[in-house]
Ligand binder design. Sequence first.
Ligand SMILES: Nc1ncnc2c1ncn2[C@@H]1O[C@H](COP(=O)(O)OP(=O)(O)OP(=O)(O)O)[C@@H](O)[C@H]1O
Length: 283
Amino acid sequence: MKTMLEFQGVSYAYEAQADGNAVVSDLSFSVCKGEFVALIGSNGAGKTTTSKLMNGLLKPTAGTVLVEGVPTTDLKTSAVARKVGMLFQDPDRQICQNTVSDELAFGLGLRDVPEEEIERRVGEVLSDFGFDGQSAPFMLSRGERQLLALASVVVCEPEVLILDEPTTGLDYCECMHIMDRIKKLNGAGTTVVMVSHDMELVFDFADRVIAMGGGRLVADGAPEAVFRDGAVMGEASLMPPQIIELSMRLSSSRFGGLFDRAATSSAMLEALRTAGFEGRKVS
Ligand SMILES: Nc1ncnc2c1ncn2[C@@H]1O[C@H](COP(=O)(O)OP(=O)(O)OP(=O)(O)O)[C@@H](O)[C@H]1O
């Protein structure tokens, strides 16, 4: 599979930091085309810094970040951004135009996309996301503005989409709406890297998890394996999703192995039935 992003021994220190210590250290991993990777870790673990290194907003102070094999230090930030789009946590930092159509066309104009092509792409995204092109972005709800910010990244057709906490502040329906969009884009071939504190969301959507703790990589693997590794979760200061927590607790009970693989609600129900809990009150 084609490698889209590659980190080779990457460290980064902010100039503003008094101690000059790196906030991310010696990161090495790669992301292949079509993957849906979640970047997890507690506050200050270095997730946002890592995602900004991915899209060229930051250049490493040591090591190399490659986008499709080319070091980001050899590319202009705008050239990296063409391939690697980024949705920030706060849509209001991204939205700057007076109508939805203008907002969608804005990034394309900056990239010198021909007018006809802009019209075609904006029309497609408007109908795909169900927006009225003439409405004013700041009259939209928080969830709709987040969706608009996503649409204005998507309209530029990046090959890799970096999402920094895409569902923060959204209610359940808005969250599922935006995740449904992201899943469809991923299904159509867009590589997704999602920073999230929401382990339930990560478990439901990602096919791979990269866990960070104190600026270092502490695990990289299948979500269930990472979440079941107590040492890793401790190092990353994270709690696993509830279904994994329950399955691990029940696995250490007298029913043991029955719950080892109960990582979905249907598998959990099946294990509970087999263990004879059906119709019984559990106290
Ligand atoms: N512009 C900056 N200047 C100086 N230090 C910064 C800057 N941005 C982040 N940091 C520091 O770098 C460290 C990592 O921050 P980063 O935002 O990458 O972590 P994070 O895992 O995304 O955290 P959160 O989950 O809270 O967003 C933190 O200690 C933070 O204070």
